[in-house]
Write a protein that binds this ligand. Sequence first.
Ligand code: SF4
Ligand code: SF4
Length: 512
Amino acid sequence: MRLFGIRGGVYPHDRKSLAANAPVAVLALPPLLHIPLQQHIGNPAAPAVRRGQLVAKGELIAHSQGAVSAPVHASTSGRIMGIGSFPAHHPSGLSAPTITLRPDGEDRWHQDIEGVPDPFALEADEIAARVAAAGIVGLGGATFPSAVKLNLRRKYKLHTLVINAAECEPYLTCDDRLMREQAPEVVDGIRIIAHALGVSRVLIGIEANKPEALAAMGEAARPFAEIQVVRLPTRYPMGSEKHLVQALTGQETPARGLTADIGVVVHNGATAFAVHEAIRLGRPLVSRVITVSGGAIARPANLRVPFGTPIQWIIDHCGGFKVEPARLVSGGPMMGQPLPSTRVPTIKGANGILALTAEETRTREPGPCIRCASCVFACPCGLLPLEMANHTRAGNLEGAVKLGLMDCVGCGSCSYVCPAHIPLVRYFNYAKGEMAARGRAKQKQTETKRLAEQRSARIEAIQIAKREAMAARRKAAAATKAPLAAEGPSEHRAEPPSKPRSEARDRAGGDV
Ligand code: SF4
Ligand code: SF4
């Protein structure tokens, strides 16, 4: 199949050989699982259990909260030990709402879990509803609820499903191993997604550095004419959604638009496996395959890990550290986030844990920009990283936005090639975070103003209503007195209170 060119990109040493030959092993359960309620984009899930309650594996423990949210299920059977806060799987290390579960060792699935023998007889809405109920989110790291993407068919005219199995980040081999070991299940999930989207064409993109995965997926997809397995050049960031779509279809996604705007929906290979499990077996998403690697890890591995497992438990399973790591990363080395500690639990979006040595991190003191333009050539989005960084450093974030800051995919290619070791992507991540915070503050201000205006309008309306009611009462009172005034002599009209006063005296037996 013909591939289309994409801009920029870099060729980092992939270091996948550290873990690529380690088959997926199932990790033993830790003494306690700390299951975060926010493992997805959107609102955190709301607890559906109480302290002390016994739960089965796959049982709902927290409800989704809104359209862009996802429910959370028990990663194993056991007892709920607490509902509170625990350090989050986030660079800040701040605590987040978490349910703590003590495994009972039985790992017993919930009795109501039941699959569908023929998913292709289901309506698209039914598949999307089951995917939503299973708590499936994009497992490539974006953690966007997958059912929302399935429902894009309601709004867009879709024709192609692209499966992102490029796995272009160095070190990571979890998708590679999943495709090598469970290709028929991954392909089944892909077909279910394609059926739900109503598309007639499926392109599975896999980088050339995974020959076994290419062969296994090609074999599993052979009976299905609508599916093509495509060998992609090994080039970072081939797995960036918009660039992958461009490489496979030649179509460019509009700036700040969705791939659905050009009729394409992208899902990750591991997400497709989760869809297979949810629809065929009725199993919610309670674990995933992750890669544990890096020069500081004694025994790099690919492990199926229940969500909520502490990172330290995983590192201990891999023989601990050979040397003190210079950096602990969640995800890949290019786009991953620093891990604040080994206490934090695993989550749906974490596809790797890397313990990198000082040599691997290439941390050096940044020097002055020599205006070599290497960052410009490396940027897959056609941006001017050096100029955006200058604006950001000067605090002129609007200037950086004008240069395309919001189109930056945060791939880190610019930082990777910079001979002056300027941490360009860190500037852009900071600037995007700051712009998002400003946007939220502005939205809050607008909302506060709107509520204040609504309140003033309400008070004004009440006052008007009161004034009108008083006027109406006065008018009614005047109307009842008017006939009396017309019948009696003029002096009676001048002394209206005299009648009640004399009535009172009559009742009291006084002089008349
Ligand atoms: S790569 Fe680094 S040194 Fe070269 S122009 Fe960009 S910021 Fe400057
Ligand atoms: S991090 Fe942003 S600016 Fe740098 S290369 Fe990637 S897309 Fe371009």
